[in-house]
Write a protein that binds this ligand. Structure first.
Ligand code: EPU
Length: 429
């Protein structure tokens, strides 16, 4: 298994190109199941999760062509996928694939809406919390689906098609909003989705569906209206920039000090995280090129944050912000309200010398003068990258194990950081 070796202490200086968002690319690829015509997606990041979803869609009979790179192309440019779901040969998503990536469960809504049947494995356990799928199933039931659970599989039918309905989510869920939105586009009649997720990735999905001929209004607010249509058509759409990758590198720069341009990043996608960074002492400027992040001699100030659905502070940046706070001048409190078990990085950060103790759903971080390198590992993507950030600011060598977590969500991580002066390399093993 590959490892990442970091020797900390260097400031970051230079430009980091921001990739297309993983969490937008995945639902957009799944939306291809809604039409017999071709969906062309641009700016798709090259990530293990994208490759795995290509396999999962391939299993349903979807044909995906990836446009190859030509000499002289920007090595950081995203890929273009041409996705053709004209023939669906299999409406089953098996356990061995769905258990490897939870988002693949989202094929349920589109398959049901277009074909009228789907059998999708329940995703199973997850390192960051229990993550049930009840909201997805309740939304599809509201749209008229008949759903049973059989031998670990969700077996869903809508023999006469789905019917528009009012769907009220008890709690904000990104994935269940994607499911409801995709299914409602092909339902007969009108749907209203209330307490919908307002995340930019939901808006990106809605924008693409609208290009495909869907009638949707209100995406980005908590009430989304969908007027069902009989069929969707071909479209071309570019994936929006990754706000979590942006926030991660902004936090890395705030932690090491230096001056980095996050090229292609959009500040409007992560205002709450940028505010927290400003309070911590980073200088953040929006420019035509992207977001410029700087921190000079001044130390890191402690800042309390609480994760919340968009536009609140994202849970997917909680671990990275905690890494930053480990070197703050004072105590900070970080509260996680989305997932009940998303503090797996705490014990690993402690191995680098961080002082953190847990109080229920909060972590109290007592800033220390210095961190020291150590071998560390993590159980999920965002926790892993928080260890990379801490390693960049630690004295000596940090070896991050289980790099496959990072490959799920960060394109060319070590290249992007070493271009800015970090001492970081992948060791194949
Ligand atoms: N929930 C339920 N029932 C459901 C669905 C969700 O109780 O049927 C609960 C969850 O257990 C959680 C909360 O609702 O407590 C919110 O979960 P949500 O459904 O919003 O999460 P998700 O759609 O499964 C996406 C991202 C996550 C990100 C969360 C929250 C993708 C592929 N995943 O997951 O990203 O943390 O939204 O913003 O978009 C990551 O990229 O590392 C990652 C975990």
């Amino acid at each position: 298994m590959d490892k990442i070796r970091i020797v900390g202490g260097n400031e970051l200086k230079g430009t980091i190109p921001i990739s297309g968002a993983k969490n937008a690319a995945l639902p957009l690829m799944i939306a291809s199941l809604l039409t017999e015509e071709k969906l062309i997606l641009e700016n798709v990041p090259r990530l293990a999760d994208v490759a795995l979803l290509q396999r999962i869609l391939g299993n349903h009979g979807v044909d995906i062509t990836t446009n190859g790179k030509r000499n002289g192309d920007d090595p950081y440019a995203g890929q273009t996928l041409e996705i053709d779901a004209r023939v669906i040969v299999d409406t089953t998503a098996p356990y061995d694939l769905v258990s490897r990536m939870r988002a693949s469960f989202w094929v349920l809504g589109p398959l049901l809406a277009r074909i009228g049947v789907a059998k999708v494995s329940l995703p199973g356990g997850c390192a960051i919390g229990t993550r049930p799928v009840d909201f997805h199933l309740d939304a599809l039931r509201a749209l008229g689906a008949e759903i049973e659970i059989d031998a670990g599989y969700v077996v869903a039918k809508a023999p006469h098609g789905l019917k528009g309905a009012r769907i009220v989510f008890p709690k904000v869920s990104v994935g269940a909003t994607h499911t409801a939105l995709m299914a409602a586009t092909l339902a007969r009649g009108d749907s209203i989705i209330e307490n919908a997720a307002r995340e930019p990735e939901v808006v990106d999905l809605a924008d693409c569906l609208i290009k495909m001929g869907a009638r949707i209004s209100g995406a980005g607010s908590s009430t989304i209206h969908v007027e069902g249509v009989a069929r969707l058509k071909a479209a071309r759409h570019a994936v929006l920039p990754d706000r979590i990758e942006t926030g991660t590198y902004a936090m890395a720069t705030a932690m090491t000090g230096g001056d980095v341009m996050l090229a292609g990043a959009r500040p409007d996608l992560l205002e709450s995280a940028l505010d927290a960074l400003r309070q911590a002492g980073a200088e953040i400027d929006a420019t035509n090129e992207g977001i410029r992040v700087r921190r000079n001699g001044a130390g890191i100030l402690p800042v309390d944050v609480t994760t919340a659905p968009y536009p609140g502070f994202p849970t997917d940046l909680q671990a990275q912000f905690m890494a930053l706070m480990t070197k703050a001048k004072g105590n900070s409190r970080i509260t996680e309200t989305i997932f009940e078990n998303r503090f797996m990085h705490v014990q690993e950060l402690a191995r680098l010398g961080a002082r953190i103790h847990l109080e229920g759903d909060s972590a109290v971080v007592e800033g220390v003068e210095r961190l020291t390198g150590a071998p560390v590992m993590a159980t999920d993507l965002r926790a892993s990258v928080s260890l990379v950030i801490a390693g960049l600011a630690a004295e000596g060598e940090t070896m991050v194990q289980r790099v496959y977590h990072l490959d799920r969500g960060f394109e060319k991580l070590e290249e992007k950081l070493s271009r800015c002066g970090a001492q970081i390399e992948r060791i194949s093993g």
